[in-house]
Design a protein around this ligand. Sequence first.
Ligand code: PLP
Length: 624
Amino acid sequence: SDLYSVSEWSGGYFFIAENGDMVVVPEPGATERAVSIAEVARGIRERGFDMPVLLRIENILDAQITSLNETFRSAMAEQGYQGSFMGAYPIKVNQQQQVVEKITQFGSRYHHGLEAGSKAELIAAMGMMHDKKAVLICNGYKDEEFIDLGLYATKMGFTCILVVEMPDELPLIIERSKALNAKPILGIRIKLSAQAGGHWSESGGERSIFGLNTSQLIQAIDLLASAGMLDCLKLVHYHLGSQISNIREIRTAVYEACRVYAGLVKEGASLEYLDLGGGLAVDYDGSQSNFLSSRNYTLKEYCTDIVEAVMTSLETEEIPHPVIVTESGRALVAYYSILLFNILDVTRFHTEPLPLRLPEDCPAPLEYMHQALQDLTIRNIQEVLNDAIFYRDETRRLFQNGQISLRDRSLAEQLFWTTISEINRLAKELKNPNPELTDLDRVLSDFYYCNFSVFQSLPDSWAIGQLFPILPIHRLDEEPTRKGILADITCDCDGKIDQFIDKRGVRRYLPLHELRPYEEYILGVFLVGAYQETLGDLHNMLGDTNVVTISIQDKGEFEFVSEQEGDTVAEVLSYVQYDPKGLFVRFRETAEQAVRSGRISASERREIVAAYEAGLRGYTYFER
Ligand code: PLP
């Protein structure tokens, strides 16, 4: 049975092989080209890279770009749509040069473009893009420098579209266009009344920060007309939010946007593009529902519904079908990266054996707890649980008041946990255990200490409780006999993962294997390509992880196409304004003083200084 629901969230890219290894394929269903992720991890080790490692499989990026473009194309062909589809990848979703480079490379056959939301992103895009047909959408608040760069791009022949996000931007754009003698391609971001649920919905709806309301739209049209530039307005844009789980919200927004599009055409704008922003969700938990970590639609449904909504709402107005643009980022890049890390240690929950008989002068609450344990049967589980908790609290209170000894309290804890373990064992026989009883699995689960930082590598897990599929990448042919929650190495009490995907909602523990002596146990967190690298931070000075990219070949062999070393300690220190060289010089002096005062010998100083220097050059994570 698929304990980790792999087939539900894998998008067809990941499977469990018969030998128990997790495998990846270059495109959905291409099982004959499967590559073992455990084998890749071994290859990474052999090349001298330590865990944690972010593993990218570039074929997946290629396949996702293809599937988005092809699905839109076939939805358009099926319905007789007269316009076309053009994608624009939003750089913010994963800004790494390698990612953007690969998107422009793989996307070139579809003229897949880029979306820039800031000056820096525009500068990156202008340096990476070659395809003049692909759109380069400029969103975000724009100053004069940003506008000038966009206008230069247009002059050079790029389809660079400056999207007016705020009413005040337009006079500046008009002024700069005249000054640079450039004919801009303009877009306008609209505020919709339709609003989606979910974490990111604040970027849509009438209360959204960006975009023009209807009266501002009319003012903008009038301003453009009076400047003789109404023909420059080519695009209508909106963005409902990221990870829109419910298809109905997506459809409602398209209908509303089309009404605005039609209205602007009637006002004399020669529009060509309808840009729906992002929103295409990823089914992280495999539940195919409108849960936050899921989506209640397929890609085919998404494309078909959008095309149909645009056609039906514009048909009555006899308006030519626009080029449909989407700025999907999450759905393009999420599948392509896997975070791999090793387990450093486990603390196992286990109860100390109880003494055969309680001591003679045992305090009363302990006697009662002991009696409750003796009386435990499947019929009085809840009652015994209530008693155990009550008497445990009572002994704590007595201890605080100095009425019982430390030894008595320790015995009370032993009794309590033995009772809870027994209750949990018996509760498994109940047909419908209540939530308090099912929660005992979590209460009694082990801690697996993991070599990574939640804050650096899975920031959304910490910040918004986003769920990601997590499982071992090997030993999947063995039954996982332990239940664990994951603790990272930041020593922050928030540095943990205790919620995991489950078809019915959320599971509070992860089924895991027992560690074997001298054998590495590696877990993979899947679908981490979107936002996580970008949003990660330097909590506890744990820096960027190593990144390894592979490409799967025709015969199912793979090549290591690039390796990027993660941050060294010196690099992370310099990000927070330390001067690593200066630190080293100072440390050497401190060590010299220790020699002078006779605390260490000169040769010990040499060793200590060498260790400090090696530390500066080393990886910020636990090294083997
Ligand atoms: N376009 C804009 C303007 C955005 O703000 C975002 C992110 O929220 C995106 C596109 C990316 O959307 P998604 O994460 O749904 O791919």
